[in-house]
Design a protein around this ligand. Sequence first.
Ligand SMILES: NC(=O)c1ccc[n+]([C@@H]2O[C@H](COP(=O)([O-])OP(=O)(O)OC[C@H]3O[C@@H](n4cnc5c(N)ncnc54)[C@H](O)[C@@H]3O)[C@@H](O)[C@H]2O)c1
Length: 396
Amino acid sequence: MRVAIIGQGYVGLTIAVGAASAGHKVVGFDVKECLVSQLNSGKSHIEGISDSQLKEYISKGSFEASLDPTVLDGSDVIVIAVPTPLDEARNPDLSYVHSAAELIHNNVKSPALIINESTSYPGTLRKEIAARITGIEHLYASSPERVDPGNTEWGTKNTPRLIGGLTPAAVEKAKEFYSTFCDSIIEVSSPEVAEAAKIFENTFRQVNIALVNEFAQIADALGISGREVLDAAATKPYGFMEFNPGPGVGGHCIPVDPSYLAHVANEVGVPATFIKRANEVNLAMPAYVVKRVVAGAGGSIKGKKIVVVGVSYKSNVADTRETPAAAVIDLLRGQGAVVVWHDELVGNWRRESSSPIAGADVAVLVTKHDGVDVAAIKACGYVFDCTGSIAGVDGI
Ligand SMILES: NC(=O)c1ccc[n+]([C@@H]2O[C@H](COP(=O)([O-])OP(=O)(O)OC[C@H]3O[C@@H](n4cnc5c(N)ncnc54)[C@H](O)[C@@H]3O)[C@@H](O)[C@H]2O)c1
């Protein structure tokens, strides 16, 4: 099939490579000039897609990136994989989805299957995409992406894929497309069910992470190890699922998607109280970390040199979107500490560069990448571990 993918970020490039691997002819459309030329030179910008994979598909003619919206026309399948962030008031910002719909409306003159993979609330495919594309009888399906960047066990191929279409023909065509590179396809009765399933999955994680974050604070105040309690509870073979406490939640999904559900809940007059409370607990975790660091480091961190280790939002990825490390660093600085950070995967961030670990009075481990120098962390005067991975030091 001729496949066009709008947006070449984490999701769009992953699907582009999945589709190219199945022999489709893929064009990755993006509005970022530097990204398009980087991809066409065979350089991947995401973990999980190697430069050699990209070069192979470029040389076979099965992948190219483009800035030209006219490439969308003539596609059998058009996949939308654009950002769905929150605006300043923490409400859904669908401007990228709208611009993708507008691109299709203005450029695509022959009928295609249009699939939305961007995460959004139920009703997005029908009301925010299909309703904005007029004049041509396209097919429409929703197949929310579940990719977990950096996860080597679960990828595009073996993660079951949900599909909901506006019509049976759209479902059939979407199944035909995804079954060429996904092992398991699950058809649901409408796009709204698929859209809601995705945001509920992430809300489930957000709420459970908040619950263990609150529990970690209770356990610490009781003088017991919250992590030991969670491990003990996890020995129950049914009815319990272990989540880990940490410095908060980051990335494009967990801190954002539940607010999309809260938004529609509000519109239909149902208060999403769990989501609101979970946001409050998770957003307060950096302040809790800093309170513990101040106490553990002797009551004051004024003038102390602190290294924050790992600033991406999770292990072994370079993604710093919504990372709780930002608030941890700002709050430590607010208490007069001299703060640097160390993260060789991230390298440069907020106009600062990664610094060595050695020589700090205090080390705060926020995210642990494989290969980080644990001995150097332990050599710092005081260590606070938000990841539960260094035995015998303070932490959550
Ligand atoms: N990153 C993840 O782990 C993940 C997992 C599952 C779902 N999602 C969802 O998938 C969607 C995309 O996320 P992402 O992480 O790939 O985002 P991203 O920021 O990595 O990439 C989005 C890309 O879209 C491009 N873009 C924006 N507007 C465009 C337009 N009008 N036309 C063409 N390109 C445009 C941007 O330049 C960018 O390169 C979001 O809805 C997100 O919630 C993300």
